[in-house]
Design a protein around this ligand. Structure first.
Ligand code: L34
Length: 293
């Protein structure tokens, strides 16, 4: 069994990005600038956004964090999005999800200028991704592809089961694993209403678990020699920790790991790669790589 070290891989990629930024700036180019909107005080979101700001520093980017209380109205938030759309210094920005219930996430996503949508959540980027055109690809699936590539894990022609069908992970992941230029795999998407989900998993060469249910994937669902990618990061109460919680993946790691050829840990697997791919997308935004106007 080989552990896939997302943290180390992300550190290496951030160093590569920092190197390129240094060259861009030395040649008189613009330092990439990422802005992030954070609404409210969700513990997970606070941590992820803080890590995104730190990653910007590591990459040599400029970053701006805009914080709002969770009583901000939808209209006010849309006005903030519009300001960032029109701010010529901001190359790309994100609105950290989830948002409070009174705000439509879809409306906010669609208000973001797709040319600055470094999350790759806007329908134009999702659509371009689906037909293999240049665009911002959502960070978690992009990070998983990068891990598979850097660990030389064969995907072409393999059976891949994606657990979960969310817009930000499951759906784009399945699309990318299917496409010839990325995974080139045979893809099955399973979800809460799938019949025989266990059987589907047992036949998979690669399982990508993104359902947000701690310890969902158990040893009896995994084929000997499979690769298991764990996207889950659920905060589970844990009195033995100083913080009062621990991060739990979607995979029952201790019993699944011995059967795997490769497996990602939680934490230190997919999470750091998500942040790192946001940095890659921001670098692309700074370079106007996908959209020139
Ligand atoms: N707009 N909303 C927007 N963009 C995103 O890309 C996200 N996501 C998801 C939630 N909402 C979003 C993230 O940033 C999930 N996500 C994310 C990012 C980073 C990590 C986990 C989820 C991460 O760094 N996880 C660390 C542990 C961090 C901790 O200590 O809690 C890990 O090692 O898994």
């Amino acid at each position: 069994m080989q552990l896939i070290d997302g943290k180390a891989t992300a550190a290496q990629i951030k160093a590569e990005i920092a190197e390129e930024v240094q060259q861009i700036v030395a040649a008189g180019g613009k330092r990439p600038h990422l802005a992030a909107i954070l609404v409210g005080h969700d513990g997970g979101s606070e941590t992820y956004v803080k890590n995104k700001v730190l990653a910007c520093e590591a990459c040599g980017f400029k970053s701006t964090l805009l914080r709002f209380e969770d009583n901000i109205s939808e209209e006010e938030l849309l006005a903030e999005v519009d300001k960032l759309n029109r701010d010529a210094d901001v190359d790309g920005f994100i609105v950290q999800l989830p948002l409070p219930k009174h705000i439509s996430e879809q409306k906010v996503i669609e208000a973001i200028d797709y040319r600055k949508d470094v999350d790759g959540f806007h329908p134009i980027n999702v659509g371009r991704m689906a037909i293999g055109l240049p665009c911002y690809i959502s960070a978690t699936p992009k990070g998983i592809l990068e891990l598979l590539k850097r660990y030389n894990i064969e995907t072409s022609g393999k059976k891949c089961v994606v657990l979960g069908r969310s817009n930000i992970v499951g759906k784009p992941m399945a699309q990318l694993m299917m496409q010839k230029q990325y995974g080139d795999a045979t893809v099955t998407v399973c979800h809460s209403h799938s019949r025989d989900l266990k059987k589907e998993c047992r036949e998979a060469d690669i399982i990508i678990a993104a359902i947000g249910q701690p310890d969902f994937v158990t040893a009896d669902m995994v084929k000997e020699g499979a690769t298991v990618i764990d996207v889950g990061t659920t905060r589970v109460p844990d009195a033995s920790r100083k913080s009062g919680f621990r991060l739990n993946g979607d995979v029952k790691f201790d019993e699944v790991a011995p059967k795997c050829a490769f497996i990602t840990p939680v934490p230190g697997g997919v999470g750091p790669m998500t942040i790192c791919m946001l940095m890659k997308n921001t670098l692309s935004a700074g370079k106007k790589e996908f959209y020139s106007e």
